[in-house]
Design a binder for this molecule. Structure first.
Ligand code: MN
Length: 465
């Protein structure tokens, strides 16, 4: 079966349902997925109800009502099919749209998973859009949300732009008129909202000597170029507002700076996606900042506010989300500072830190990713954290980078295997994965992950074990 066939079958299952309950994840991908499907189904006059969960685990299943509706699991479910079975759900009342690694299961739940078709660079929001389009081909306004979900799940990172079916979705939005493709553009976060030197100072992929991690260094660099960085009234311009010539001048100077320090220039430029129908200088203006706004809503347990924004609410929901985003940034900054100051423990093939109950377990993964680029980036980073509402359980988040993936590392595999050994459960992706383990098995677990990573590095390069 091709992806098209799976999508068509999913659309048919949905159209034949009396009513639908969407069970989705609380991150940007899960929130945009829910918004795409619920809007598409509402437009068809169907009854839709939605549930957001942080993780599909036994405790979360109590939020899944036992009624006659079709249970549509999105951005989760593939790796928890046994849980669905244990919950008493049969194959004809479930549909899974997911892009996470699946789990063998006795019940053959119908599903669309892009991994089954070799597409590793597409998220659940991309699948949701394809299904929505199979139901109503005219609903191409929803492509924009699919791009937000894909970018939010880092699907554009490796190739500096979306590829494959996720890239085809971009084209629908371009034709509809709510997406503009910028190519090539600066591969940097915050191009719609941050002063240019702040934008560059926070950029560490690529790492630019004298500029990355130093907004003052970035400002000196820009001033030397003689580029006008402020408006006539004295406010800072953002990248998006700079004249084309100035942007080109900055990019070529950055390329020279990379070359001067013997670094690659291939990650300096990326294809980016801006939204002309959104107000300038807001996080809604481009896909990556929009995704961060949705992530902030999810991490602070308000996914429905993110959902309202996806549906066009620019009033109360948007103001609430902006507050959450500001709070989100403050806490992440504190978390990163804590990791750097407290220091990590380095084992042979990983580095780790336990943050106790100082930070919410929903954000420690972001901290792990940010810390990785500032610490020993060759060793995958693990953050363990206590769960305030479940003291017996420790949450584990791991992050690595493309460098390690190219050398055989697969965090998803490592955490699934190591957590199963201690009676926990893990999942995710090769580059970013998480697990829940019993609190008293932490030490054993960390050693086991280190051993598995050693094996993975060794199997890709037998000379470098
Ligand atoms: Mn996802």
């Amino acid at each position: 079966m091709s992806l098209d066939n799976d999508v068509r079958r999913a659309a048919d299952i949905i159209c034949n349902a009396e009513s639908v309950t969407i069970i989705s994840h609380i991150d940007a991908d899960g929130i945009s997925t829910e918004a795409i499907l619920s809007q598409a189904l509402t437009r068809e006059g169907m009854a839709v109800d939605s549930v957001f969960v942080r993780q599909l685990e036994p405790m979360a299943m109590r939020h899944v009502q036992k009624d006659d509706s079709l249970k549509l699991f999105t951005d989760l479910g593939a790796g928890q099919q046994n849980l669905l079975e244990d919950h008493g759900l049969c194959a004809d009342e479930v549909l899974i749209l997911d892009h996470h690694v699946g789990q063998p299961c006795g019940t053959a739940y119908p599903q669309v998973n892009c991994l089954d078709h070799g597409f590793t660079r597409m998220s659940a929001a991309g699948l949701a859009y394809l299904v929505a389009k199979a139901i109503d081909p005219t609903g191409t306004d929803l492509a924009k949300l699919a791009v937000v979900g894909n970018v939010g799940d880092m699907m554009a990172r490796e190739n500096c732009g979306l590829v494959g079916p996720a890239r085809e979705i971009v084209q629908d939005g371009v034709e509809y008129g709510n997406i503009v493709v910028q190519k090539p553009d600066l591969n940097c976060y915050g191009t719609s909202t941050r002063p240019v030197h702040v934008c560059l100072g926070y950029c560490d992929d690529p790492y630019i000597d004298g500029i990355s991690n130093s907004t003052s260094g970035a400002l000196r660099f820009l001033e030397r170029l003689g580029v006008e960085l402020k408006t006539p009234r004295g406010g800072w311009l953002v990248w998006e507002e700079l004249p084309f010539e100035d942007r080109r001048k900055i990019i070529s100077a950055l390329a020279q700076q990379l070359i001067a320090h013997g670094r690659e220039t291939d990650r300096l430029l990326a294809e980016t996606y801006t939204f002309p129908d959104e107000p300038e200088r807001t996080p809604l203006r481009n896909a990556s900042e929009y995704a961060t706004l949705l992530n902030a809503c999810g991490r602070w347990a308000k996914p429905r506010i993110g959902g309202s924004i996806c549906r066009g609410d620019r009033g109360d929901a948007y103001r609430d989300a902006e507050h959450m985003l500001a709070h989100h940034r403050t806490v992440i900054r504190d978390l990163l500072q804590y990791i750097l100051e407290a220091g990590v423990t380095e084992l042979s093939h990983l580095q780790y830190i336990h943050t106790g109950d100082r930070f919410p377990d929903t954000i420690v993964g972001i901290g792990a990713g940010m810390a990785l680029s500032k610490l020993n980036w060759k060793k995958p980073m693990m953050v363990l954290s206590a769960m305030v509402d479940e003291p017996e359980v420790t949450k584990v988040s791991m992050r690595t980078n493309e460098w390690a993936l190219a050398r055989g590392v697969d965090l998803q595999e490592a955490l699934v295997e190591a957590s199963a050994e201690v009676g926990g459960a893990g999942g995710g992706h090769r580059i970013a994965a998480g697990a829940f383990i019993p609190h008293d098995k932490e030490e054993e677990f960390v050693d086991s992950v280190n051993r598995i990573l050693k094996r993975q590095f060794a199997s890709a390069d037998p000379d470098n074990s």
